[in-house]
Every structure is written in C-alpha cells, then in structure tokens.
Design a binder for this molecule. Structure first.
Ligand SMILES: Nc1ncnc2c1ncn2[C@@H]1O[C@H](COP(=O)(O)OP(=O)(O)OP(=O)(O)O)[C@@H](O)[C@H]1O
Length: 642
C-alpha cells in the first residue's frame, strides 16, 4: 500500500497554459482528434516498453500481450484510454504532463498574431499531443505505473486544465497508463460505442498493436427463444477494433491513401495531410522497408539547428528510436517517416548508427529515394512541387554543398527568381533557363544581392537586359554559399555577373568590338585620373559596356569572394585578406563625359568619390562615411543650382 501519498499541487509551465488556451479555442471544430493523439501516445508507450524488454524480458512477464484499450461509461460520462506500455514515474509524469520540452516553444507562441491564434493548422502543426484531452474533458485523471516498479509506486495525476495539477502516489495493479477523460457536459456523445469504434477505425487503424474495445455481449437464447439473463460477474472480453498490423509491412496496393495519411499524422504529430509519400521494400544484400513522407508545411523550428529530425527506426518490427538522424542528410531534415531494418541489431545505439556500413548504404539509397520523389513531383505535379519549394526550398539549397555526390540531381530541383519575369517568387528551374538561352550563350548568368529588389535593379544587369540575356536573381542568405558549390549544370557553367570580366564577346560582331576598343583607349586618361583619386579603395578603374543607364558599378575579381559574403563574414568577426573591387564606368554616361572636361580638381575628386559611393550603395553596400557622402552631394547640388 502506498502509505504516504505525498499529494502535491503544481502549476503548469507558462507555455503549457498558453498552448492549452490556444488549443481549446482553435481546435473545437476538430475535437475528435483527442482520441487519435491519446492512442498515438499509448502506442508509443507500448513501443518503448517492447524496446526496453529486449534487454530485460522480465518487464513484459506478468502482462505480455501488448495493447491499448478504450472504455467508456455513459453514466459517469467518461472515456478511458488504457495501455500496458512503459508507464511513467512520478518525476516523468510531472515533467511530461506539466511542461513542453521542445526548444523554441515560447518564441513560437509569442510570435503568433491574433489571427494565427485561431488558426487550427498552425496550432495543430505544433503537435497537440496529450493536452488535446482538454478539448473534450473538463477533468483528466492519469494513473500510471512505470514498467518494472512495484504496484505501490504508481501515481495519479489530475487536472482540470486551467493551470494546475495534483499528483499523488497510489497503488496500481497493472503496468502502464490509464487516462480517464471526464467529458464536458456538451461532449457527452463521445461516451458511445459506435462513435468510439468509428473514430478508432478512422484514425488509428494502422497502429501496429491492437486497439481493443469491449466485445458487445449478446444474451444467449433459451429453448423458447427468450433471452437468458446475462451473467453480470463475467469479466468483460475485449476485441481489437483496428487491423493492428504495422502499415509499412503491408503491400502498397493494399494500403489506401487515407491510411497513409493517418499514419503520417501518427508518426509526425503533424495535423495536416502530407504532400507526398514513398513506400518501399528493399530485398537483397540489405533488407529493409521505408515509408518516407514530405510534409506540406515547414515546421516552425526548421531553422533551428538543434531541430529534432530523422526517421523512426524499427528493427524487425521492434521500435528502436525516434529521430534516427543517420538515415538522411541534414538538408533532408524535413522528411518524416519510418525505416525498418532486418540487418541491424536490436540493441543498436545512435553512436553505432553513425559508423555502420549498412546504415551508410541505406542512407544513400534513402537520399536518392527522396530526390527521386521530388524529381517526379516536379515533373508530374508542378503545382505541388512549387508548394514544396516555397516551404522547403531554402533547406534544399544546403544540398549542393552537403551532398556533392547528388549535386546534379539537386541542381535540377532548384527553383529561382529571374529577370524572365522579375517576380520575387522562385519558379524558374535551370532547365527552363537553359531552354531560353540565346544562341551562342554558354553561361548561366546570376546575380546575388541582399534583397530581391537590390538584385533586380542592379546596374550590373543593364547590358544583359538590353541584349535579352536572362539572369537568375538570388537574394536568400544561403544563395551565395550554395552557388559557391555549384560549378555547372548540364555543361553550362555559372557566372556571377558582378564578378570578373563579363564576357559577352562571342555575341558581339567585329564592328562592335572595334568600336569598344577605341572607346576604351580614348577613356584611358580619364580613368587614370579617377584611379589616382580613389586609389585606396579600388584595385582599378575600367571602362565597361555592362552599363546602359548607370554611370558606374563595382566588380570583384573572378575568383574573389563576393561583396555580400565578405560583409557577412566581416560582421561575424572574421579577418579577411584585403581585396579591393574594380570600379567600372560607363563611357556613354553624361556624368562621365562631364568629368572628362572638368578642370577643377577638387570638383573632379568629389565626382569620382560620388561615383564610387553610389556604386557601393546600389549593390547593397554601406558607406564607411555617409556624412561626407551627403556633404559632397550637397556641395554639387548647390554648385549646379547657382
Ligand atoms: N500513455 C502514455 N504512456 C507513457 N508516457 C506517456 C503517455 N502519454 C504521454 N506520455 C509522455 O508524455 C509526453 C508528452 O506527451 P505529448 O503527447 O504532450 O507530447 P509528445 O507525444 O511527446 O509529442 P506531440 O506533442 O508532438 O504529440 C510523451 O512524450 C511521453 O513521454
């Protein structure tokens, strides 16, 4: 007997209170999901016990048939979800049912706007879990006993969901967790045999252990055809309501889309339908099954480096661990799913997974599987693929650097914004670009800037626009890094239009070439004068035919680091070797023509500096001395207006 119950009242963590409040108000139209969530937790608890019993078979001994049971009572308006899984200790119950362990929770909750708070998709995306019980119940009692501990070591947790819970020690005869929902007055209808059975088949059919309900008792008939009295003392019999077969072990053609979708919700704790899935069984040297899903929405913590990721790992149908990250590369951290191997040992650990040959081969096969699934979607369902790209494109962009071996496949999946439409949406594939290439064009042109508008309006694009060359417009932080690992696509190399010499020469005729050379020759004295003024800031001053409207722009050497990347690294405190850009000026611009005839050296110098400074600004850079720039400009305006 638990003599000292040590009853105490504790408060929920603030985040739990916030989440409970949001959930009850946003999920009322879909309240039945509480059953799916609680069965899902119960089945996880059973999986965990089965895993622990691999090392300690005694844990299963007294009650070896693992199952979840649903009971109800119309008189007391209760629904019970009872499992004989791993259970919880007092400390575990306090932590698991009173706090939210996920990192980033409070910032996620704080950032929600008024409308978002009512958005069930968003709240659901967070994973409603155990707390969904409070959508239909005004009091929840959890009685739980950890596997392997004595009957008097069990605990009872009770809460009305408003902010506090009580916890006390109790006796519990059996291992596992029993959750009793005391239904709210207007949710009494859930305490109903047909409704509950219907919900179990709808949401939990794929759960690999039996979800049982009491067998209906039909009275036997006597010889005259009258019902015999039912024996009230007979222990109830239970029957499985679901098919209780691990979904991934079933043949593909026997699994319906709805089942795949429900299974996804079970393993991912996502509230929405997956965008795509791929189910495979591999036989041969290695034997394993995999079921991989692409979610339709990015989780709120996709950018968190510590985000939990990875597949659910089973070995010969026994659950081993969640978030086994060794089976897919980090740039596929959005993929959810299951892998069930026949080759690994049941007591495999995370460390072993990192250094296992079989895991390496599975990782490379599963990576290809995901790439193929995406490739097919891009080809056959471009609208779905666009949805995927809008959510996860920035993670795929980590791919070329992360996974050199699949660089070409990944490059084919990339989508860009481009001067073809100038829109910010990333919809252009490299194949689209190549198809539109001009005759004789052998490079894929791109520009990177800190924002889409800076890229789109960059002076560097002037000549390319004039001559009708398409340019990819890159402005996501990761883009410059991504491009540094992409050298070519289908034999066409990439060229950053702000770097090195922009060689459109093969598209020029002889006459144009000659004219250009003559112009450059004539410009030389002016360029030398400018170089003398700007010497400390630029490597050189050249004449260019890149520009049509702007007077000047900055260009870095072909093999130098881009100006944005340099700024980024400098901001992060890195010391970089000095490298100066080249100022390129437009010989046809009126300011440049005016400078050529300027005899006042001070005014010439002001103009040269202004050209340099405006070129810096237009590529998104910052001036070292903005005040001097302003006073220089004002001086010139005053002189002009005299
Ligand atoms: N029936 C149960 N048996 C044992 N432990 C349980 C049971 N139900 C819940 N738990 C514990 O409580 C924790 C919190 O459950 P909860 O459903 O809130 O979150 P979750 O399942 O971890 O994830 P999600 O919020 O995405 O559903 C679980 O991780 C588990 O450790």
């Amino acid at each position: 007997m638990a003599t000292d119950t040590q009853k105490e009242t504790l408060g929920f963590q603030t985040e739990v209170k916030q989440l409970l409040h949001l959930m009850i108000h946003s999920l009322y139209s879909n309240k039945e999901i509480f059953l799916r969530e609680l069965i899902s937790n119960a089945s996880d608890a059973v999986d965990k016990l089965r895993f622990e019993s691999v090392a300690n078979a005694d844990l299963l001994a007294e009650d070896p048939s693992l199952r979840v049971r649903i009971e109800f009572d119309k008189e007391t308006n209760t629904v019970v979800i009872d499992d004989n899984g791993v259970g919880m200790s007092r400390e575990e119950a306090i932590t698991n049912l009173g706090t939210i362990a996920k990192s980033g929770t409070s910032s996620f909750l704080e950032q929600l706007s008024g409308d978002q708070k009512k958005d069930s998709q968003l709240i659901g995306q967070f994973g409603v879990g155990f707390y969904s019980a409070f959508i239909v119940a005004d009091k929840v009692t959890v009685e739980t006993r950890r596997a392997g501990v004595a009957a008097d070591q069990a605990v009872r947790w009770v809460s009305d969901g408003s902010g506090e819970f009580t916890i006390e020690n109790i006796d519990k005869e059996t291992r596992g967790t029993r959750i009793t929902l005391h239904l709210k007055a207007d949710e009494k209808d859930f305490a109903d045999n047909f409704r509950l059975r219907h919900l179990v088949t709808k949401y939990s059919d794929h759960i690999s252990i039996p979800v049982e309900m009491e067998k209906p008792v039909y009275p036997e008939m006597d010889e005259e055809g009258n019902p015999k009295p039912v024996d009230e003392n007979k222990a109830p019999e239970y029957e499985a309501v679901n098919s209780a077969k691990a979904l991934w072990t079933r043949p593909r053609n026997e699994v319906t889309d709805e089942e795949y979708q429900e299974f996804y919700k079970h393993i991912s704790h996502d509230y929405q339908e997956p965008l795509k899935w791929s189910h495979n069984k591999v036989e041969g040297k290695l034997e394993y099954s995999s079921l991989l899903y692409i979610p339709s929405k990015a989780p709120y913590d996709l950018w968190n480096r510590d985000m939990q990721r990875g597949l659910k790992l089973y070995v010969q149908r026994v659950f081993i661990m969640d978030e086994a990250e060794a089976f897919l590369p980090p740039y596929m951290r959005f993929v959810k799913g299951v892998v069930d191997s026949n080759d690994l040992s049941l007591n495999v650990s995370r460390e072993i997974l990192q250094n296992d040959h079989a895991v390496d081969s599975m990782r490379s096969a599963l990576t290809k599987r995901v790439l193929d699934m995406l490739g097919k979607m891009a080809k056959n369902e471009p609208e779905d693929y666009q949805k995927f790209w809008d959510e996860f494109g920035n993670v795929i962009k980590e791919g070329p650097a992360d996974d050199m071996g699949n660089k070409d496949k990944i490059a084919g999946l990339l989508r860009f914004s481009s001067t073809h439409t100038d829109a910010a949406a990333q919809t252009v594939s490299l194949a689209d670009y190549i198809e539109r290439m001009q005759e004789g064009q052998d490079k894929i042109y791109y520009i990177y800037a800190e924002s889409h508008n800076t890229a789109k309006n960059s002076p560097h694009l002037e000549i390319l626009r004039k001559k009708g060359f398409e340019v990819l417009l890159l402005s996501d932080r990761i883009d410059e890094w991504m491009m540094s690992s992409l050298q070519e696509f289908e034999g066409k190399s990439f060229q950053d239009v702000t770097k090195g010499k922009l060689d459109l020469a093969d598209q020029e005729n002889e006459e144009e070439k000659k004219e250009k050379e003559e112009k450059a020759e004539k410009m030389k004295p002016l360029l030398d004068r400018m170089k003398a003024v700007l010497n400390e800031k630029v490597a050189g001053v050249n004449s260019t035919d890149r520009l049509t409207n702007s007077p000047a722009c900055l260009v870095v050497g072909e093999y130098d680091m881009g100006l944005q990347m340099r700024r980024l690294l400098e901001q992060a405190g890195q010391k970089l070797p000095e490298s100066k850009p080249t100022l390129e000026v437009n010989p046809d611009h009126p300011i440049v023509a005016k400078m050529d005839t300027e005899t006042d050296e001070e005014r010439f110098s002001d103009m040269a500096w202004l050209l340099f400074e405006q070129a810096t600004l237009s590529e998104g850079g910052q001036l070292e001395d903005p005040a001097t720039f302003v006073s220089r400009m004002n001086k010139l305006i005053v002189q002009l207006s005299k």
